[in-house]
Design a protein around this ligand. Structure first.
Ligand code: URA
Ligand code: CA
Length: 441
């Protein structure tokens, strides 16, 4: 088999066989096929596309390129959740304990990663002493006993995807549906999930700018999941503005605690109920999403979700007292409001820029080596459709450095567009994609 022939075949719009896909993924992973040939192939795929079978084969080949995590010693159906990204996504901190409290095992491998704020692990490290370091046996034991554990990504999962993603990033071939879908799903499948709930974001702060593209991506991922025998559901949701109010590590932990108490932001609560109810159905603990939603509401009302968060923090060495007394979490020395420059309705909030306003304060990593300041971040007070008066606070900045606070404020002010005409609030949940089809709301 020759790489040249594979490139030409795809360039001419033909379908690649399973063997051909395995050949280039293996060859690229072990270094026998050079970057320039794989770049050419990625560009050919970008223009000629791949069908369902090719996409599923690519995903499987990437899964098989490295280690896979065996979670078969965990009782029950392991349901994982993945979000295609967004600003200050606090859902994992809320969904994990809620779903675990419903009896669905949550075996979560999380990352630190680059971004506006830290990853789930960084956020959880706001609890002094919290650690994800533990042998796999302890991880499995915790999930079996407590229904929840959060581990670090130590295994060498889907290395072919790592290499391909980096190559696509510099060759203008990221935004092909099959390639994105395969990339995301390969990592979920390699990390041992039996079933997967995908939160596919759409809007200015998301990868998929249009709803049409988001539904298409969700469908691609559901097709892959179905093809490889993992029950998968995609929920398409709005990311035209940040979710909830808090962007920043300890601030998001506080927001998660409030949401678990039933006192969280409306949109964040709704998203957690929606995603959580699908997780519970896939996990076999409710017959449909209406029943699951009632279970989740009860978990909030009874305090079982909050208790589960405490249990998780304690089990992994963290100071669980901070769940009841969030003043024990890292804080900021400078707390200052940002005033609206004029009267009017909020027309748009550039979610990415709100993220950057938190990043410049030190809430996220600019490089892999950067150290995160867990106490800093931004709380926004106004969302799309809200009326504001000139001088009223649209946001509050939590900073530990006055210069950084000033840059953050400038970015925040530019992120908001305020207009005279009334603006309709955004619809949060746009629709659901299952193996049976697409339902738009
Ligand atoms: N996220 C991924 O993990 N892969 C892609 O290709 C795009 C976004
Ligand atoms: Ca948030």
């Amino acid at each position: 088999m020759r790489m040249y022939d594979i490139i030409m075949k795809k360039r001419n719009g033909e379908e690649l066989t399973t063997e051909e896909i395995n050949f280039f993924v293996e060859g690229y992973t072990n270094g026998t096929i050079p970057d320039y040939q794989v770049s050419a192939l990625m560009m050919a795929i970008y223009f000629q596309k791949m069908n369902k079978r090719e996409t599923a084969d690519l995903t499987t080949a990437m899964v098989n390129s490295g280690e896979t995590i065996d979670l078969s010693a965990i009782e029950g159906i392991k349901v994982d959740k993945h979000s295609t990204g967004g600003v200050g996504d606090t859902t994992t901190l809320i969904l994990g304990p809620m779903v675990a409290a419903a009896g669905v095992p949550v075996a979560k491998m999380s990352g630190r990663g680059l971004g506006h704020t830290g990853g789930t692990i960084d956020k959880l490290e706001s609890f002094e002493g919290f650690s994800v370091e533990m042998p796999i046996e302890k991880f499995i034991k915790n999930v079996n006993e407590k229904k929840i554990a959060i581990g670090g990504q130590t295994a060498n999962l889907a290395p072919a995807d790592k290499k391909l993603y980096a190559l696509r990033d510099v060759t203008a071939t990221v935004d092909n549906m099959s390639l994105i879908a395969g990339s995301i799903m390969s990592k979920k499948i390699a990390s041992g999930a039996d079933a997967i709930v995908l939160d596919v974001k759409t809007g200015s702060g998301a990868f998929m700018k249009t709803e049409e593209d988001a539904f298409e991506l969700a469908r691609e991922m559901v097709d892959i999941g179905t093809h490889v025998g993992r029950n998968t559901i995609g929920v398409v949701t709005d990311m035209d503005q940040p979710l909830g109010f808090a962007v920043g590590n300890a601030l998001e932990v506080k927001e998660a605690i409030e949401t678990l108490k039933g006192e969280g932001p409306e949109d964040l609560t709704e998203l957690c109920l929606t995603l959580g109810s699908h997780m519970i159905v896939l996990g076999g603990k409710a017959k449909d999403s209406d029943e699951a939603r009632e279970i989740l509401k009860d978990i909030i009302k009874s305090g079982k979700g909050l208790a589960k968060l405490k249990e998780l923090v304690e089990a992994q060495g963290g100071n669980a007292a901070a769940v009841d007394d969030p003043s024990l979490l890292p804080g900021a020395s400078i707390i200052k409001q940002v005033a609206a420059p004029k009267d009017g309705y909020v027309k748009s909030i550039k979610a990415d820029d709100i993220g950057i306003a938190a990043l410049v304060l030190g809430a996220g990593r600019e490089t892999k080596e950067s150290k995160i300041d867990l106490g800093v971040g931004v709380i926004i007070h106004k969302k799309i459709g809200d009326f504001v008066k000139k001088g009223e606070a649209i946001a509050t900045i939590y900073a530990n450095d006055e210069e950084k606070r000033k840059s953050s404020e400038e970015i925040l002010l530019k992120a908001y567009t305020i207009v005279d005409e009334k603006v309709e609030p955004k619809k949060l949940i746009k629709g659901i994609v299952t193996k049976d089809g697409i339902t738009k709301f």
